[in-house]
Ligand binder design. Structure first.
Ligand code: URA
Length: 212
């Protein structure tokens, strides 16, 4: 069940604008608009996927199908929770038919919504899940060209990683995805909370496998 926080008037207005959007034809085939969810009270960490799938379109919540369950597990392993200091968004807010990749025109139509959301949420760290988010936010054509390093844009740190749906199809990539998540934890400790606790990536002075 989604947790509810009191939202600012500005955020409520933004939600209303996005929920009433008819800027592209995706809205006609989709059941509804998936705005995104999480902790809108100054989240420092935002995850951006591609677009809603079948389960997301049914429940009008992001990342609640099988890929979302994996994302939640990864968040948990890194010590994060979707409703505490984290927000989850998609590049397009309406489900593309048959889960096809959203077209460039559809991404363009949704771009003002995504930028308004990011402007409002104002995170320090943004994790891009898969090639569509990487192309849209960084203008880099492939995930492999963007992965493994931070991309700073206007004081915001972007990291590209595998989409959880890709990890479900290729479990061997989970090792690299976890390495990416550890980079996120490191950055979070550096810029947001030096004491951030992560069950599977403890702080250096708590790691039993290290001297001292
Ligand atoms: N895949 C996405 O990119 N976003 C979702 O919300 C669900 C699956």
């Amino acid at each position: 069940m989604a947790e509810q926080f009191p939202e600012s008037e500005e955020f409520v207005r933004l939600r209303e604008t996005i929920l009433s959007c008819q800027r592209c034809s995706l809205r006609q085939s989709a059941h509804g608009v998936v705005f995104g969810e999480g902790d809108s009270r100054n989240p420092q960490l935002v995850f951006i996927g591609e677009g809603p799938g079948a389960e997301e379109d049914r429940l009008l919540r992001p990342f609640v199908g099988p890929a979302g369950q994996l994302l939640d597990k990864m968040l948990h392993a890194a010590g994060f929770e979707r409703f505490h200091g984290v927000y989850i968004l998609n590049v397009v807010k309406c489900r593309p038919p048959h889960n096809r990749t959203p077209t460039v025109d559809e991404r363009r139509a949704c771009w003002p919504h995504l930028t308004s959301q990011l402007r409002y949420l104002s995170p320090r760290i943004v994790v891009l899940l898969g090639a569509t988010a990487v192309q849209t936010l960084l203008g880099i054509s492939s995930l492999s060209a963007a992965r493994g390093r931070w991309h700073e844009r206007g004081g915001v740190f972007f990291l590209a990683t595998y989409h959880p749906a890709a990890l479900l199809r290729n479990p061997a990539w989970k090792t690299e995805a976890w390495a990416d998540m550890k980079m996120v934890v490191d950055k979070y400790r550096e810029y947001v909370n030096p004491h951030h606790d992560s069950p599977f990536y403890p702080l250096a002075d708590e790691r039993s496998d290290e001297p001292g």
